[in-house]
Write a protein that binds this ligand. Structure first.
Ligand SMILES: *Cc1c(COP(=O)(O)O)cnc(C)c1O
Length: 405
């Protein structure tokens, strides 16, 4: 039973800070779902709603073979490893999954982590030292940013940020880095707030010129873009050329949790020796490893699922534009619709939810002032009827908030 007492000064000061978040209208409320992730779910207190804000790009969260593999993994190996990997926490399913992931993303080897966050954090600090340089695109994911902060604090490496997608700025940062023992260029493959794609061919060409290493976080791209879903390198025609790829198992590949680093065998071996999330945190639960393995096998055997996602994306982008909205142009299933003010984005998202359509509004400071947006994400599991319903709701709400005439 919950205990009620007078709040401690600690609890009271936190409550005051939360009060301020609410007054600033940046307080996040959690929506509880009662059914598996899918195009339509039952949301506590709201009934059935249509989701256009999930990373369930291929609809694999509830795919029977993925769920069944998880159940079988649980029965075969039990709930978990109860140890970090090098002590007694590795199962054969981890090795099978890692080999399959490496094959899928086009590298020699891969190493799984409890999350992509851990993979990124484990990678940066383990491969640089004093005098090394790490460069980052300005819009990189928070986990990359934090991995660089940590690496800098631990190893005294140098870090710098280049303007988003700006190759001239990247070159100028590399010129200032000349003489470093190792230089790493870190980029998201697909940028989650814009839906834009990293210019990998240019980045690779520049990196080769300067002897730099390219690390791509493909979390929003693995299973999502490229002819057969193998991510940004496949999309850009450079499959097999990127030095290091990191990604998540928590989005298109089953959506449970987990992440990985993929690259040369020696890199994965070094991370097993050195990276702190490997050395001091448990492996993926075997049930999650089994589901993720089934998800990779599913994408490999069903490239048509990736094609459906591409067709849904094209249809939605076309229809929402025709309806009078201004989505950021692009090819990925992340479709941000710019509405201007943060308050408008929040209001739209609330009104859409009242209409049974779940999309998230993002405002300042997550995105620049005046560029608040509602971000739609498509899934291969959406039917045309789902998408038409979403477009109709957008039209109604767009008129209500005064974006459409
Ligand atoms: C979602 C995401 C992550 C975090 O993934 P987890 O496996 O949930 O930790 C890391 N990087 C990028 C680019 C992401 O989009």
């Amino acid at each position: 039973m919950a205990v009620t007492t007078t709040p401690s000064p600690f609890a009271a000061s936190l409550a005051a800070e939360i009060g301020q978040l609410k007054r600033d209208r940046v307080y996040k409320r959690l929506n509880y779902l009662e059914t598996p992730q899918g195009p339509r779910v039952r949301m506590e207190g709201r009934g059935e709603i249509l989701i256009l804000s999930s990373n369930n790009y291929l609809g694999l969260c509830a795919e029977p073979s993925v769920v069944q593999a998880g159940v079988a993994g649980l029965q075969a190996y039990g709930a978990g490893t109860s140890s970090v990997r090098f002590i007694c926490g590795t199962y054969a399913i981890h090795r099978t999954l890692e080999a399959e992931l490496a094959r899928f993303v086009g590298t020699e080897a891969s190493l799984s982590f409890g999350s992509a966050w851990n993979a990124n954090e484990g990678l940066t600090a383990s491969v640089v030292g004093e005098g090394d340089v790490v460069l980052s695109d300005a819009l990189n994911h928070a986990s990359i940013i934090d991995s660089m902060r940590l690496a800098k604090a631990i190893t005294k490496c140098t870090t710098a940020v280049y303007r988003h997608g700006d190759m001239d700025d990247l070159v100028s940062k590399l010129e200032s880095a000349r003489g470093a023992r190792r230089t790493i260029i870190w980029t998201d493959g697909v940028f989650s707030m814009e839906g834009s794609i990293a210019k990998l061919p240019s980045i690779l060409e520049i990196a080769r010129r300067f002897g730099a290493i390219v690390a791509v976080d493909d979390s929003h791209a693995t299973g999502v873009i490229g002819e057969t879903g193998r991510g940004t390198p496949e999309h850009c025609g450079v499959l097999g050329d990127v030095d290091v790829i990191t990604s998540t198992l928590g989005k298109a590949l089953g959506g449970a949790a987990g992440g990985f680093v993929a690259g040369p065998e020696s890199l994965c071996d070094m991370l097993t020796q050195r990276s702190r999330p490997q050395l001091f945190s448990n492996a993926l639960p075997p049930t999650v490893a089994a589901s993720a393995l089934a998800a990779v096998q599913f994408v490999t055997n069903h490239p048509e699922r990736v094609r459906t996602l591409r067709e849904n994306t094209r249809y939605f982008r076309e229809q929402i534009t025709e309806a009078g909205f201004s989505p950021l142009a692009g090819e990925t299933p992340i479709v941000p619709i710019i509405v201007g003010e943060t308050a408008t984005a929040i209001q739209m998202s609330d009104l859409l939810l009242a209409q049974g359509v779940f999309v998230t509004g993002f405002g300042y400071p997550v995105v620049p002032q005046g560029q608040a947006r509602v971000r739609c994400q498509l899934s291969a599991a959406h039917t045309r009827a789902d998408l038409d319903e979403a477009i109709a709701a957008f039209k109604t709400v767009g008129r209500k908030v005064g974006i459409l005439k």
